[in-house]
Ligand binder design. Structure first.
Ligand code: CAO
Length: 253
């Protein structure tokens, strides 16, 4: 067979392989093994990043009213409430309004399966790597119930890990770095989901409204979406919808 007749190869095979470098020639080095979770997650993240055409859309939600309401409800119920359970409720409402986001592509990429349930995954940072517990039926749970389930699942994820059954069946995932910092990032879609919502740290900023300087509490949103299923205008509308829900906490409870 001549070079011309060779069958086409998948494009990754045409790339040079990663260099195997002996770093000890440059200085002292310690080698540690990646955890089982890191190996598994890494393989899936690599597949998703390479196989899904990602685009990330950024927006901001005004959360002054939400903040006041969150503190009031937290005091009334005597429980800790972060912005995250409210964000889950806002996301559920957005998935109802934009069914294409609550969907998965068939493996051949020809059909879209629209889900009629609302299970939300939440990325949890653990010493052993990233785990994504799924909270089922978030449309039927209150903010307090979601907060309690999230606290229980994330504590268990950190102490002894979670079975795969508790990390399956999600419709869309939230990755929140809000307690740490940042202004925006590009979360990788958790296939077979078609979008993922990233959140970074809320901050107060001065803004000009009708010629007046006002102080606003803004929550940054970073939505990565599968461009085969969702286009930019849909993503922008989806983020605006989430932001409007967060701006009016009465819509979430
Ligand atoms: N802006 C400002 N403050 C925020 C915030 C935000 N967007 N989100 C949370 N906070 C605050 C909370 O209100 C809380 O404040 P207090 O201590 O004053 O009550 C504090 O940050 C800590 O919150 P938390 O982390 O305990 O709770 P959470 O509900 O926000 O998040 C969990 C829970 C499990 C998502 C989080 O602990 C976690 O693991 N985050 C990392 C996820 C991650 O690694 N994503 C990246 C995936 S890609 O590699």
């Amino acid at each position: 067979m001549t070079a011309v007749e060779k069958p086409p190869v998948a494009w990754p095979a045409n790339l040079p392989s990663m260099p195997a470098v002996d770093f000890s020639q440059f200085g002292p080095v310690e080698t540690v093994d990646l955890s089982r979770y890191q190996l598994l997650t890494g393989a899936f993240l690599g597949r998703n990043w390479v196989q899904i055409p990602h685009v990330t859309h950024h927006d901001e939600a005004e959360i002054d009213a939400l903040d006041a309401y969150r503190r009031q409800l937290s005091q009334e119920l005597g429980i800790k409430l972060t912005p995250l359970p409210f964000l889950i409720k806002a996301l559920v409402n957005a998935l109802k309004a934009f069914p294409k986001f609550n969907a998965s592509l068939s493996v051949d990429g020809k059909r879209l399966m629209l889900k009629q349930y609302f299970h939300i995954g939440v990325a949890v940072d653990t010493d052993n790597g990233l785990l994504v517990p799924v909270i089922q039926d978030c449309d039927r749970k209150s903010v307090a119930e979601i907060a309690a389930e999230l606290a229980e699942k994330s504590a268990r994820a950190r102490s002894k890990g979670l079975p795969i059954t508790e990390m399956s069946g999600g419709c869309m995932t939230i990755s929140s770095l809000g307690s740490i910092g940042g202004t925006a990032f590009t979360p990788i879609i958790n296939a077979p989901e078609v979008a993922i919502l990233g959140v970074t740290k809320a901050a107060e900023r001065l803004a000009l409204v009708d010629g007046q300087v006002v102080l606003k509490h803004l929550l940054p949103l970073s939505l990565s979406y599968d461009h085969r299923v969702i286009n930019g205008a849909d993503a922008a509308r989806f983020c605006r919808f989430v932001a409007e829900q967060l701006a009016d906490p009465t819509l979430l409870v």
